[in-house]
Design a binder for this molecule. Structure first.
Ligand SMILES: *Cc1c(COP(=O)(O)O)cnc(C)c1O
Length: 379
């Protein structure tokens, strides 16, 4: 049996959790929370990081921080996970869905400007499969209209945007960015997330929202002599035991990334050699690195994809499709403005994700490739 995903354990998770317990501070914002935040700030050049219990929570914090309110419009790709939109819907925003590019599931940068109105309060981009959205043209449009950009970087840890012989970490462009450490992501703590605050003016309020609307973080740094209720907020901090688990992953990120990228490249090598005209392989644009988060195939349609899923499953291999477009979702379809988003539907219907996780072997990849080749010989 080859599962779709298998969470990787680096080996030091329990050691760090034991240490957190021995330290006597296992609630939020303890030793390991601070270690993870500092390491992330140093590794990727983020201004300030706050661990959260999920990426969904980090996105909710972003929506609160930007004071998104009823009547506001937020531009979001339709081909994404529910949380990207949910965080803004909870604040009363109207979601204006953008389509995907024709050659990649990421948001169509050129389709954004004509969606901007007087009411647009934020643009949210998703770096699908850890592949960068083309950030320079996107930021140019956003800056010209003075609209803040938020990056849903849930899948984009240790991935970069490339331009003018430079590289800049994904998550460092938006005023705010959100990462996920859910067990399906490259590094993980079961559930977990992180808010990145790149605008220094938002840091103080972010800490307050993080700590249930209180100025507790400032108090423990000795900056105020008592703490109390000063703003809205919620309990967005993970326990330090979660952070201890995450720290064991963060310090091994080079090893994890090397493994995942090797596996990704091996899939690519197999399928390129297979030369099957009925399968399209993923595009890595010249402006993006590949962080090995996901390997997918583009098939001819929903029917052949379903039959291939059944075929692989019958042979013990779990391959899965991905998002149903949010503009067609049960919850939002009646609220959507009715525009059709053909590329979002194209990727929803034809994209198939193959197993990709640390313990996967080249032999297993060979088997998956062979099963797919045999399927196309008969179908
Ligand atoms: C995984 C994911 C999320 C949600 O992350 P959680 O940590 O589970 O809340 C949000 N957006 C995208 C694009 C994701 O891939």
């Amino acid at each position: 049996m080859i599962p779709f995903n298998k969470p990787h354990i680096t080996g030091r998770e329990l050691e760090f959790i034991s240490d957190a317990v021995a330290c006597g501070h296992i609630s939020g914002n303890g030793k390991y929370t601070k270690l993870c935040q500092k390491l992330s700030e140093e590794s990727w050049g983020f201004h300030k990081c706050l661990l959260t219990t999920s990426c969904t929570d980090a996105l909710e914090m972003a929506a609160i921080l930007l004071d998104i309110a009823p009547g506001d419009e937020v531009i979001i790709p339709s081909f994404t996970f529910v949380s990207t939109a949910l965080a803004f819907v909870r604040q009363g925003a109207k979601i204006v869905f953008a389509d995907s590019r024709s050659d990649h599931p990421g948001i169509d940068e050129l389709a954004i400007e004509h969606l901007i109105t007087q009411k647009t309060r934020a643009i949210v981009v998703v770096h699908y499969a850890g592949i960068a959205v083309d950030m320079n043209p996107l930021m140019e449009v956003a800056n010209r209209h003075k609209i803040p950009v938020i990056e849903d970087a849930a899948q984009a840890i240790e991935s970069y945007y490339l331009y003018d012989n430079q590289k800049k970490a994904l998550g460092s462009f938006g005023v705010l960015s959100a990462f996920s450490f859910h067990e399906t992501k490259n590094i993980q703590s079961g559930e977990g997330g992180m808010l990145v605050i790149n605008d220094p003016k938002l840091v103080q309020r972010a800490e307050i929202i993080w700590e249930k609307g209180t100025n507790r973080a400032e108090f423990f740094r000795g900056e105020v002599n008592k703490y109390g209720w000063v703003d809205v907020g919620s309990s967005f901090l993970p326990a330090d035991t979660i952070a201890a688990f995450l720290y064991a992953q963060l310090i091994e990120i080079k090893d994890i990334q090397k493994k995942r990228i090797d596996l990704w490249n091996n899939y690519m090598r197999l399928f390129e050699k297979g030369d099957n005209v009925r399968i399209q392989l993923p595009l890595i644009p010249e402006y993006s690195t590949n962080n090995g988060h996901m390997f997918y195939l583009m098939l001819e349609g929903i029917d052949i994809r379903q039959r291939l899923i059944v075929h692989l499953k019958a042979h013990g291999v779990l391959a899965v499709f991905h998002y149903l477009p949010l503009h067609l979702s049960t919850y939002y379809k009646d609220k959507h403005d009715g525009r059709s988003l053909p590329y979002s539907e194209h990727f929803a219907d034809k994209l198939l994700r193959l197993p990709l996780y640390y313990e996967l072997t080249f032999e297993q990849q060979e088997l998956i490739f062979t099963l797919i080749r045999e399927f196309f010989e008969k179908n």
